[in-house]
Design a protein around this ligand. Sequence first.
Ligand code: CA
Length: 220
Amino acid sequence: MSKRTLNLSDKLYDYILEISLREHPLFAELRAETNRMPEAAMQISPDQGQFMGLLARLIGAKRVIEVGTFTGYSALCFAQALPYDGRVLCCDVSEEFTATARRYWQRAGLAEKIELRLAPATETIDALLSEGAAGDFDLAFIDADKENYERYFEGCLELLRPGGVILVDNVLWGGSVIDPAVDDADTKAIRALNRKLAQHAQIELSLLPIGDGLTLARKL
Ligand code: CA
């Protein structure tokens, strides 16, 4: 028992939210609206959002790149955490989901800190690198299609300054990563990235059992 993380009951998780969550009502409204959508499970939890915002402040982040924006909750968390001249660059391909995101970014008064690029993230990352943006970013959050996770990771690693941090979401994938009966492309891609990161010479890492599993990788 002492070797493992506490198994969170629903009650204990509710306690975490009750005792530590400081969520602006507008952020909660966005979560509620997203929760009514069929894709609601793609949204991060509010405690994860708060943690990522705090992490951005801890490393003094000014420039954040997000791969996979969905309805914009994580981008709100980052934008709120950044200094006045900080910027979040959001990569997504969905006009529909990001329309909701834009609406809330406007209402929160944070829209000017967020730039959305509607294109495949691999294209956006390649364009940034060819524009000379390597080393310009402090933090990256990867939470898009799992099959491209490895490409996103390597691209974001180039975009980060030394000491910058990549956050990779869904690295436990509902527990599927250790279920031999699960062999779909998404699960295989997540397992492959996890294995690669375990040996990756350019990073230090920690895999946190927050949300669906969140890997923190610090660029050396
Ligand atoms: Ca996710």
